[in-house]
Design a protein around this ligand. Structure first.
Ligand code: CAA
Length: 240
């Protein structure tokens, strides 16, 4: 059945691959973004998936943005909370802004977006929420106390919400990608990234499309018995 899907941070990297796979599955897809206008324009030209610009870290902006999406496309059945940023630095040098920006974008956004669509999913008796966590929320990572805290929080949020909506036909799951070949990972200093790749048993970065496949699976009509889980897709780097 055709559903309306919203993917935050959907115009680049993992989010763009998720939009493409949901679009190919026949869903009506909306990609949200906040930073890069040129990338959003190019994404829509390439895929035909419309983009909506708003700040997922701000509740009011999400209210307005989702109202526009629902007006244009209809009520949201599938939400993929993918938007995320890094502001890496050792804790002894980290600024309050580095901490707050990451927590707001990577974790508060889950509250903002899910809060605004979960009522409708409950009422209609069907919904799929997928939250993108990270291997670094499971294992920790040098320079990422902010990011690891937010991504670990994503897993707790997923489990708690999954329990709340399990009897309403709504599933909530997390995916914890390892190091995927995206702009975010390519921003890691080259010498550090080389060290990281040597520790990945499959000896390569993951592809965004490999994460998107898992989102397609979790959001499928037939996946109603899978809820509250975290799928770790990391090339064997952490078997959690
Ligand atoms: N793994 C292993 N060693 C690391 C490391 C990592 N991720 N990050 C830093 N180090 C090591 C460095 O190699 C260096 O070691 P040596 O002294 O032996 O050379 C030491 O820590 C200090 O590092 P820097 O000299 O780079 O110190 P800095 O203060 O200039 O910068 C830093 C510190 C900001 C943490 C920088 O090293 C950095 O950006 N590291 C990458 C952190 C990282 O892995 N981020 C993941 C981003 S991708 C992502 O988050 C997506 C996802 O979900 C997986």
């Amino acid at each position: 059945m055709v559903k309306v899907a919203v993917v935050t941070g959907g115009t680049r990297g993992i989010g763009a691959a998720i939009c493409e796979v949901l679009h190919e599955a026949g869903h009506t897809v909306a990609a949200t973004y906040y930073g890069n206008d040129a990338a959003a324009k190019h994404f829509t030209e390439r895929t035909g998936v419309p983009h909506f610009k708003f700040d997922v870290s701000a509740f009011g902006a999400c209210e307005a943005g989702l109202a526009q999406i629902e007006k244009d496309l209809g009520p949201v059945d599938i939400l993929v909370n993918n938007a995320g940023i890094t502001r890496d630095g050792f804790l002894h040098k980290m600024t309050p802004e580095q901490w707050t920006e990451v927590l707001r974008t990577n974790l508060d956004s889950l509250f903002n977006m899910s809060r605004l669509v979960v009522g409708g999913m409950r009422d209609r008796g069907w919904g799929r929420i997928v939250n993108i966590s990270s291997i670094n929320g499971q294992t920790g990572q040098v320079g990422q106390t902010n990011y690891a805290a937010a991504k670990a929080g994503v897993i707790g949020f997923t489990r708690a919400l999954a329990l709340e909506v399990a009897s309403k036909g709504v599933t909530v799951n997390a995916i914890a990608p390892g190091y995927i070949d995206t702009d975010m990972v390519r921003a890691v200093p080259e010498s550090v990234l080389e060290k990281i790749i040597t520790k990945i048993p499959v000896k390569r970065l993951g592809k965004a499309s490999e994460i998107a496949r898992a989102v397609a699976f979790l959001t499928d009509e037939t996946s109603g018995f899978i809820t509250g889980t975290t799928l770790s897709l990391n090339g064997g780097q952490a078997m959690v």
